[in-house]
Design a protein around this ligand. Structure first.
Ligand code: ADP
Ligand code: MG
Length: 244
């Protein structure tokens, strides 16, 4: 579903991704862990073309977004990245729109579905994330956990078949992380294909089919949660896990 080959990214002389290679199969939940600054966000952002790679390939559903450092056309990029939804650490909700407005903006702009279908879907998705009664409320009235659940519902409005999460609970007070992780866990149980960058090690261990440990711009180690948390092969993986 996603194939990343020798992905490279530099900001000036700073090499942030050094030949990162991995693949994600349909229905898989992959957790990405690693120290701050190791390139996790840059990797995720490259998949949806929020960052432009300086080398390597990203193939989504068999279509190259970038192949050996050469990007597809703007129209192809839009088409290739469209099956992916992204949820950010800081929610990125539109403050001037209600919760429902946030959910419906993109689908109403794209006009691929009728208003009736869009309204029905936003209602369904608000119920799915446990916010049935919050449709008419503005984001400023919500807790962080509620905002993040709105952000997840908004990402689902476009029927993504891949969801990317960049530290979805890092900005939340500890007592609010559970309600967000529960929604992500439910998506995993429904076999949504997901890449989840997270500091929640217990969550990664429970929910991920596979864990990727990034360090210093590379995938240092990857494997099942049992392998990575139970018997990490590298000293730097052990060091990182002992600090978390
Ligand atoms: P992580 O998400 O693992 O914390 P990031 O992908 O955010 O890591 O960052 C990896 C490295 O790239 C860091 O050293 C960071 O400072 C640098 N970096 C990220 N974005 C930019 C940018 N737009 N310009 C320059 N350096 C950046
Ligand atoms: Mg990050």
């Amino acid at each position: 579903m996603i194939e990343v080959k020798e992905l490279q990214k530099s900001f000036g002389s700073l090499e942030v991704l050094k030949k990162v290679t991995f693949a994600v199969n349909p229905g898989e939940a992959v957790a990405v862990i690693g120290p701050s600054g190791s390139g996790k966000s840059t990797m995720l952002r490259s998949l949806v073309h929020l960052e432009e790679a300086t080398g390597g390939s990203i193939i989504i559903h068999g279509k190259p977004l970038v192949k050996d450092g050469k990007y597809a056309s703007a129209a192809e990029i839009r088409e290739i990245t469209s099956p992916m939804g992204m949820v950010f650490q800081h929610f990125n909700l539109f403050p001037h729109l209600t919760v429902r407005g946030n959910l419906e903006l993109a689908p109403r702009t794209l006009k691929r579905e009728s208003i009736k279908d869009i309204t029905a879907k936003s209602k369904d998705l608000l119920s799915k994330v446990g916010l049935t009664d919050k449709g008419d409320v503005y984001p400023s009235m919500l807790s962080g956990g509620q905002k993040q659940r709105v952000a997840i519902a908004r990402a689902l409005m476009l029927n993504p078949d891949i969801l990317l999460f960049d530290e979805p609970t890092s900005a939340l007070d500890p007592e609010l992380t559970g309600e967000v992780l529960r929604v992500i866990r439910q998506l995993a149980e429904e076999h949504m294909t997901m890449i989840i960058v997270t500091h929640e090690m217990n969550f990664a261990r429970d929910v991920a089919d596979r864990v990727i440990f990034m360090d210093n711009g590379e995938i240092a180690e990857s494997g099942t949660p049992e392998q990575i948390f139970g018997s990490p092969q590298l000293e730097r993986t052990r060091m990182f896990l002992s600090r978390e």
